[in-house]
Design a protein around this ligand. Sequence first.
Ligand code: EPU
Length: 478
Amino acid sequence: MTHSLRIPDLPIPVRPGTLRPGGVGPGDAGDPAVNDVDVIRVRGDARLAGTVHVVGAKNSALKLMAAVLLAPGRSVITNVPRITDIAIMGEVLRRLGCGIRFDADDPVDPMVAHGGVARSRSVVIDVPEQPGTEADYDLVRRLRASICVLGPLLARLGYVRVAHPGGDAIGSRGLDMHISGLTRMGAEISGEHGFVIASAPHGLHGAEIMLDFPSVGATENLVMAAVLARGASVIDNAAREPEIVDICTMLNQMGARISGAGTSTLHIEGVPGLRPVRHATVGDRIVAGTWAFGAAMTRGDVTVTGVEPGFLEVALDKLISAGGLVETRGDAFRVRMDDRPKAVDVVTLPYPGFATDLLPMAIGLAAVSDGASLITENIFDGRFMFANEMMRLGADIKTDGHHAVVRGRERLSGAPVRATDIRAGAGLIIAGLCAEGVTEVSHVHHVDRGYPDFAADLRALGVEVEPGTAPEEPDLTI
Ligand code: EPU
């Protein structure tokens, strides 16, 4: 295994192949070359039991880091997960001229007290008076979320050039709502040589915007632009995710005037400038949900701390319908499953519906449940692509468009499989725990993009995990 970390001063452990310099490797964008296989092995017939603490949400922290671009000076974001995507976002900001430092978190991740490595960091960001205006493809292809610098840079500087992120392993991912919303605020936007170029030479103005769909990314970009626009904006059919509430809360602490966060209508009164901030990232409901499903699938007993259980209401309700016992208290919950889970149907929807990011876990649960489940995906057109890998573990899945029928089996069968994206990777590892024999999941650098130390958490919950060995690659030169 070769270590190919080239981004300097990256204080986050990175697996081989995660940040590969140069051109795009074979497979999906940002994929490492085939030689850089990174693997973990789990032994099946396992049961997850114990307590796991969840740190800040990736999908919040990434946008919080972008949002501080709105105010010159030093901002500090705490409870930031120690994952590759955050390291890449740090590099995006560094190339925009910001100073970035990752410090020990305050308060320290409680897992450290149990002998673990801290899975969260505080990020200190020094934003200059005149940040840069370009985010290049080299980084954007590794981190789609880099597109969230579009709104804040346009609002502050009146010009920005961000590489078009393109689609990825979970499907095509449009930008039309980001673009039409910013255009309504007075921006001129064009596409050229793979870049989205936005300018607002006379500044942005408030606008009434109705989103076609409650897009998380479009809502965030538009809010970050509207806070510095002249006059009032209304964003209707806005996304309502807890991460949207988190960013609005932080922006208001910076001096913005946003109301309605967590509802479908956001009212934003533009202000002339914002001030730096210190803010703690909201807990990661998707990581928490992963452990909740893991407990149910392995007939285990897991307590998850660090997340408001209300963020997972629909998901936890599914586990109760499947026969699980769920207790909630403060920012913690416990999931226990004593018998084989019963099949339940799942439909993914924007928040507060069942999260698309938990779809692989819902398929995993269905694959070992008693009965047949109908799983419907409504957010990403390629979300079922990983189902083929699940079938390698013996899962009985038939997909048709955005539906999948999964007939549960008593037990899956361990096999080598490949993580195709963050959530598919986590879902496959957990499914491997319900399989007979050993499951080797390759390309686990995808998992590292979203889960701070998945293997350590599995071990803390009583599971045997080993780093696998990369298979010898045959020489295919002709
Ligand atoms: N869409 C458009 N046009 C747009 C914007 C979105 O067609 O202008 C479509 C997308 O193509 C997609 C759907 O709308 O089919 C949902 O997209 P949305 O904008 O809501 O998602 P996102 O902002 O791209 C975030 C998370 C995803 C999560 C989704 C949905 C981040 C960095 N990513 O993506 O997280 O699945 O919201 O909740 O916040 C992950 O963490 O593994 C992940 C994929």
